[in-house]
Design a protein around this ligand. Structure first.
Ligand code: KIV
Length: 271
């Protein structure tokens, strides 16, 4: 008798079923093969190839400089690593805001060249035509509202969004619009927990929060942040599950010291 058990892949439908039965969804960012392999093995439901790669992988101050080609490179590395997680890829700044034809062509490149399972786009009513056109091609779309880092120069700061009534009402209306258009999920970033809960209760599709409290359907964190690799980023919403900055620093220091002392390699570490 064979004991072979095929891996049950997470799909956009799995996420909807999870919301329906009130099971929380876990999502983490991933940008490279080795890390994505571990994240997938751990059982994380969704890996987001976020344009935060621009910050944590390339060292840019904002997410704006990363290109479509660079996102495809990161996404392909993640897709090759994954056997279970759903892989969602950010459409980078400048690849979809021009017009819906350009948006569709960018989304198709991500699906075709990287083998991604879905794309994510920042914005509401202002990008709805592009969202609809991409969906028409059979490409699943995840929305992103609240703090949308691609618009950082419009906002001016990374402070909590939608605290005022007018902006909160606009966010709610955008969430409904994205749901009506056919998005399978929406990320809500850095908004008051009460508002995020209200959105999650109002729309039927899964709402994934970052800095949006626990009343939503799932959570996402940037993997480098939650592992404590960058010790200079400490927002209130971030829980650090490790202090890899310190652990890596100590490992590198120990390696230097071993090399200098001719302790590495020893007799058993050579041919
Ligand atoms: O790019 C990213 O990492 C994101 C998450 C913060 C949601 O969009």
């Amino acid at each position: 008798m064979s004991t072979y058990q095929p891996v049950k892949k997470v799909t956009t439908h799995t996420l909807q079923e999870m919301k329906n039965r009130k099971e929380k969804i876990s999502m983490l960012t991933g940008y490279d093969f080795s890390m994505a392999r571990i994240i997938d093995e751990a059982g994380v439901d969704v890996i987001l190839v976020g344009d935060s790669a621009s910050n944590v992988m390339a060292g840019h101050e904002t997410t704006l400089p990363i290109t479509l080609e660079q996102m495809i490179y990161h996404a392909g590395s993640v897709v090759r690593a994954v056997s279970r997680s759903l892989v969602v890829v950010d459409l980078p700044f400048g690849s979809y805001q021009g017009n819906s034809k350009e948006a569709l062509s960018s989304a198709i490149r991500i699906m075709k060249e990287a083998g991604a399972h879905a794309v994510k786009m920042e914005g509401g009513s202002e990008i709805i035509e592009s969202v609809k056109r991409i969906l028409t091609a059979g490409i699943p779309v995840m929305g992103h509202l609240g703090l949308t880092p691609q618009s950082i120069y419009k906002f001016g700061t990374y402070v909590v969004r939608a605290k005022e009534e007018e902006e909160a009402a606009q966010l709610m209306s955008d969430a409904k619009l994205l749901e009506e258009a056919g998005c399978f999920s929406i990320v809500l970033e850095k908004i008051p927990a009460n508002l995020a809960t209200k959105v999650a209760e109002t729309v039927q599709i899964p709402i994934i929060g970052i800095g949006a409290g626990h009343g939503v359907d799932g959570q996402v964190l940037v993997v480098h942040d939650m592992l404590g690799i960058n010790n200079e980023f400490n927002p209130r919403f971030l829980r650090k599950y490790n202090n890899l900055h310190e652990q890596m620093l100590n490992s590198f220091k120990q390696y230097i010291s071993d090399v200098k002392a001719v302790d590495f390699p020893n007799e058993t570490e050579q041919y």
